[in-house]
Ligand binder design. Structure first.
Ligand code: SPV
Ligand code: MN
Length: 627
């Protein structure tokens, strides 16, 4: 018997052994055997796609204390540790073999040393524990988009999250036979104290692109541990670059236009900038809220939701603003709440902006909590964390799009880039063409930082295509791939920018939360050639008349010309300053920036300066000519 078979036989019961061996894949068997040797797991559970297995994982999360049941059937709550509540950018690194280079911005470490380090951190961490082996499929099953994945973890919470968020993949592994073309993730939450990872100083997420393998250790927060989410996105970006498709940090939604027409939009927004709420707009349908793969098929761009669930920020989800999600969060269905406040008497979750009264005591990620409780530094602990989240399946939402699981994906009508920007971009604008859109919108995206990653808040951060945190190829190549992707496409999708966070000179938001519906519906009309726009130095903006009609019909709001002028005034100095800021990053830090980026910036600058000479610093849209 081979050593691999011996190891597997020693640690797997015959039921689990047979399940693993039913998948005739030597690379998979080797991966599981190596993980057993490395982590010293006491036993192994091989999870298939059946409901019984999924129920077992859920039960386990409750048994080991990582989740507790709440008042509504199917609802559970999980807490991450106090210092483990967001993605760890510093501790996440690519394992780079000698001679390869990802550029100055991406975080990497020498492959040999890094592998040694992370394997020594994982050594014997699962001693006495059950190792879970789970199979999923990124993208719809049986599709050109499908990527089979295997997750090894000792955290039933991670397994349970994946069961909710991803399409099952055991049967997909049966179909791929001996192919080695799949993604692998190994995670251990490490030593626990009160059911949370204890050794946060030894938290690491290391990515081996050559092996399509990610290691994650001493952490529980989903963005660091759920292999199929951001860890897989990093692997997918490199794979896509090799194979000529795109892996993007984008939602996908169907915008419903006149006469029952559905136009699909994909959109990239940095974390906590309205991405999920855009994918969930009232009267529209959701395909996905976070990650999309794009391929070209018969001269058209098509895309899929890589996931089937949402790991969404819960702050401000309430019956008024997000009725569909709110309904799922308050009805019996499978939901994991993380890092919210639990009212222990009612066993009920509370979160910031939930529309109800916040309980003055309960349990949160800091343990027993009461209003006024302070952390070690003396700062007041808020009841529910800013990055508190919910995990649920889109299948439990009333607005799931009919093509959500279509193996062909949906046709892409438009692409939207948006950031948290208080003073520069107008609420919605269409780029002149694909290349201008990729460069001036996508590659120029900045956002004022939020609580979704560790670090300072409110700083303007460059984040091209909102994908910077996940890029696994040099930035210039990534931009070039995006530019090239329109080749051979008959009608490339229109590209738009949106900004939901524009403020006036007194720091007051110029738009209501609900206005985004109008921007998206205007884009829907544009894609279908139904409305004219106004040409500005940076792109094409809506006419007041068209917006007023959409505001009235969809929101019952009288949209005045005064509102329009305030929101759509082109702010020339701010736009010039933005170009300078972003161009400086490309000049100084991105050695492989495509020349077309600098050329496009030069053109845009010329247009902005010419307009400034003619109209002054702030240009009213009423002074600009129609197209
Ligand atoms: C994001 O931060 O972009 C998320 C959540 O979607 S995480 O899984 O942490 O990446
Ligand atoms: Mn995301």
């Amino acid at each position: 018997m081979s050593t691999i078979a011996k190891t597997l036989k020693a640690k797997l019961t015959s039921k689990n052994y047979n399940r693993l061996m039913a998948l005739k894949n030597a690379r998979l068997h080797e991966f599981v055997a190596d993980a057993i040797e490395l982590t010293g797991a006491a036993s192994v559970y091989v999870c298939t796609d059946c409901e019984e297995d999924r129920a077992y994982i859920r039960q386990l999360a409750m048994k080991n204390g990582e989740e507790r049941p709440l008042n509504i059937p199917g609802h559970t709550c999980h807490f991450d540790g106090c210092n483990d509540l967001a993605r760890d950018k510093g501790g996440t690194k690519y394992l780079l073999p000698p001679g390869s280079d990802l550029g100055a911005i991406l975080n990497s470490t020498d492959k040999q040393q890094g592998t040694k380090e992370i394997r020594s951190l994982l050594k014997d961490l699962m001693a006495g524990r059950e190792m879970l082996v789970l199979f999923f499929c990124l993208g719809p099953v049986d599709s050109e988009f499908s990527i089979p994945c295997v997750q090894i973890t000792d955290s039933p919470y991670v397994g349970h999250s994946e069961v909710i968020l991803y399409r099952p993949g055991y049967e997909q592994f049966r179909k791929i036979g001996s192919s080695g073309d799949f993604f692998r993730f190994i995670h251990s939450e490490g030593e626990l104290e009160n059911a949370v990872s204890k050794n946060i100083d030894k938290r690491r997420v290391y990515i081996d692109l050559e092996e399509n393998l990610v290691y994650s250790v001493n952490t529980q927060y989903g963005g660091n541990t759920i292999g199929l989410k951001k860890l897989a996105l990093r692997l997918a970006i490199q794979k896509a670059s090799r194979e000529g498709w795109l892996a993007e940090h984008m939602f996908v939604m169907g915008a419903h236009g006149p006469g029952g027409r559905v136009t699909y939009f994909a959109g990239a927004f940095p974390s906590a900038c309205g991405k999920t709420s855009t994918s969930m707009l009232r009267g529209q349908t959701i395909v996905g809220d976070d990650i999309a793969y794009f391929r070209k098929k018969k001269g058209r761009m098509r895309c899929v939701n890589v996931e089937k669930g949402i790991f969404g920020i819960i702050e401000d989800v309430n019956a008024k603003g997000d009725p569909v999600i709110h309904e799922a969060l308050t009805s019996p269905c499978e939901v994991i709440f993380s890092n919210v406040l639990i009212d222990d008497k009612k066993n009920k979750p509370h979160w910031l902006g939930d529309g109800g009264e916040m309980s003055s005591e309960g349990t949160n990620y800091s343990g027993k909590w009461h209003k006024g409780k302070k952390d070690a530094k003396g700062d007041e602990l808020i009841a529910s964390h800013k990055n508190a989240r919910y995990s649920l399946s889109i299948e439990d939402l009333k607005n799931m799009d009919a093509l959500m699981h279509d193996p062909e994906g949906v046709p892409v009508g438009g692409i939207i880039y948006g950031g948290r920007d208080s003073d520069t971009w107008v609420p919605v604008e269409q780029a002149f063409n694909w290349a201008e859109g990729i460069v001036l919108k996508g590659a120029s995206l900045e956002s004022e930082t939020t609580a979704a990653t560790l670090g300072q808040m409110g700083v303007r951060a460059f984040n091209l295509m909102s994908n910077l945190d996940f890029l696994s190829i040099p930035l210039g190549r990534y931009i070039q791939n995006n530019l090239d992707f329109a080749e051979g496409v008959e009608n490339p999708p229109m590209i738009f920018s949106v900004n939901y966070f524009l403020k006036d000179e007194n720091g007051k938001y110029l738009n209501g939360m609900g206005d985004k519906l109008v921007w998206i519906l205007w884009a829907e009309l544009r894609v279908n050639g139904d409305v004219e726009g106004i040409r500005t130095p940076t792109g094409v903006i809506p006419k007041h008349r068209d917006l007023a009609g959409l505001f009235k019909k969809n929101l019952g709001i009288e949209y005045t010309e005064g509102d329009y002028v305030r929101q759509f005034t082109i702010r020339i100095p701010e736009n010039l300053a933005k170009l300078d800021r972003v161009e400086k990053i490309y000049t100084e830090k991105v050695a492989d920036t495509p020349a077309i980026l600098f050329e496009t910036y030069a053109e845009a600058r010329k247009r902005l300066r010419a307009a400034q000479d003619r109209y002054g610093d702030n240009i009213s849209p009423l002074d600009l000519p129609a197209e």
